[in-house]
Design a protein around this ligand. Structure first.
Ligand code: SF4
Ligand code: SF4
Length: 346
């Protein structure tokens, strides 16, 4: 059982968790809303430290990340537990239920396995990695030390101190921005829009971290043009180069509403493209996934399912940002280091 950081003792043997905006106050023996942080005799402990629910090698596009090492593979690790309770969670077996088989692995063992896989990066993903911040911070330092890049896939619902520590070690992050209503964030999901927006803002300010954002288009939560405009305006205010993934929802867990219609996704994507340069459609086979140059319209990256072809991107001069092969515009992508082949086979 690991020792937790990000907590403080309160009165009567209680502890206050400072990791996320839920700020759980836990009496002796109680676990937080995420179920993976517990008060044990007046100290906060981590009963699921190093308990890994999943290990896999994925295409980076699956995270989804379209501008970071396109065409590469990423060694991906999942944990158990989550600080939100989205009723449409597609990973609910590992985010909401904890009686699942898991594999114990130390950060050093994880990084060693990632290094041996030949992938250029290591992703913390699937359920919510942030509730295991102590493990992540250790693994991220070791990963960087052995030449791997860190990828974080998160709901972004973290306190400021945790966001600062994690993002300083992150090379690329995909943040779920689930809707544009603070009321729905709290009532339906158990999260805080303000914390997620501040997480994204902080990531966008860091030149060392590439940020992409995903909104799952869920009926009644995030399928209105007005809500989508709020999200697109917010992102465009940070940078119109932030890629936005609008993903189709499919019924899962406690949510039975029909799947998002392709027509709705297309019209929301068209709306967002008025404000953002890179808007992708996710979970809809065969369309909306390619990258085009915003200056000349040339096709930069073609994606069909997880088959990715780099067609119009070339390394920038002197190690600068990549350029469009047609018009030489500088583009917000991170390419693999020269000499590494796509899909991590080097
Ligand atoms: S991480 Fe969030 S949900 Fe979990 S115990 Fe801490 S405050 Fe509560
Ligand atoms: S934040 Fe992600 S993992 Fe957590 S409940 Fe929501 S969809 Fe599931």
């Amino acid at each position: 059982m690991g020792e937790a950081a990000f907590w403080e003792a309160t009165e009567d043997g209680k502890v206050a968790c400072l990791l996320c905006p839920r700020r759980c106050i836990l009496g002796p023996g109680q676990a937080g809303a995420c179920k993976v942080r517990r008060n044990e005799a007046g100290r906060m402990v981590l009963p699921f430290y190093g308990a890994l629910s999943s290990l896999a090698v994925d295409p980076i596009e699956k995270k989804p990340l379209h501008h970071f090492l396109p065409g590469s593979q990423v060694f991906s690790v999942g944990f158990l537990g989550c600080n939100l309770r989205c009723p449409f969670c597609q990973n609910w077996e590992i985010s909401q239920e904890l009686d699942r088989p898991f594999r114990p692995m130390s950060p050093a063992e994880l990084v060693d396995a990632a290094r041996r896989s030949g992938c250029p990066s290591l992703a913390y993903t699937y359920s919510e990695p942030i509730v295991h911040a102590e493990y992540l911070l250790e693994a991220m330092d070791l990963a960087r030390g052995s030449g791997l890049r860190n990828v974080l896939v998160t709901n972004g619902c973290a306190s400021e101190a945790v966001a600062v520590e994690l993002l300083a070690r992150t090379d690329a992050v995909n943040v779920d921005l689930k809707c544009w209503s603070a009321e729905d964030y709290g009532r339906i999901l158990g999260g805080k829009l303000e914390a997620v927006a501040s997480f994204i803002r902080r990531a966008a300010e860091l030149p060392s971290c590439l940020v992409e954002v995903t909104t799952l288009v869920v009926p009644g939560l995030s399928d209105s043009a007005e809500g989508l405009r709020g999200i697109a305006r917010f992102l465009a205010g940070l940078s119109p180069d932030i890629p936005l993934h609008l993903s189709a929802y499919h019924p899962a867990y406690r949510f039975k509403a029909p799947a998002t219609s392709p027509g709705l996704l297309r019209s929301l994507a068209a709306e967002a493209k008025g404000l953002l340069r890179y808007v992708y459609i996710g979970n809809l086979t065969g369309e909306g996934a390619d990258s085009a140059c915003p200056s000349c319209g040339a096709l930069l990256v073609r994606r069909r399912g997880y088959a990715t072809e780099l067609l119009g991107l070339e390394p920038g001069p002197g190690g600068g940002p990549p350029r469009c092969s047609s018009c030489s515009a500088s583009l917000p992508f991170v390419l693999e280091a020269a000499g590494r082949s796509p899909r991590g086979s080097a």
